[in-house]
Design a binder for this molecule. Structure first.
Ligand code: 5GP
Length: 129
């Protein structure tokens, strides 16, 4: 069965898209740890990050780096943290999280944004990618 992220990639489920290339998409996490929390996802569905072949792994890191730099230029933070988990969604994704506090990486400290804030954030980060 297609993952929820494959459904987003195929346009079957909406997302707040930040950036896209032929092999990846970046969109805002719907339940963010911090304002600007972004997911970078390879379009080809693979469960675990270290099962990606070397080229796909490097391509994902290059794409994530571009998005992280744009994110850091857009959202005030001390730095952008990166994490790969995948316990909830078994489709490889890199979490990029603007950090101001160690708690921002815990996935237990959440922020809520309204529709307008999500749209404006995605557009502002995307404009710098
Ligand atoms: P993980 O699999 O890395 O443990 O967590 C999955 C992440 O994907 C969570 O941070 C969760 O909020 C996010 N997520 C789950 N479903 C959706 C969705 O439908 N849209 C978006 N934008 N994010 C999602």
């Amino acid at each position: 069965m297609a993952s929820i992220f494959t459904k987003i990639i195929n346009g079957e489920i909406p997302c707040y898209k930040v950036a896209e290339d032929d092999k990846h998409i970046a969109f805002l996490d719907i339940n963010p740890n911090a304002k600007g929390h972004t997911l970078c996802v390879p379009k080809e569905e693979e469960n675990k990050v270290f099962d990606l072949n070397k080229e796909a792994y490097s391509d994902l890191m290059d794409f994530s780096r571009k998005v992280a730099i744009a994110l850091e230029q857009t959202v005030p933070c001390k730095r952008v943290g990166m994490s790969v988990i995948g316990l909830e969604v078994p489709h490889v994704h890199v979490h990029l999280i603007p950090l101001n506090d160690m708690r921002d990486m815990t996935f237990q400290h959440k922020v809520s944004l309204n529709e307008k804030e999500f749209v404006e954030l995605a557009d502002a980060i995307g404009a710098k990618v």
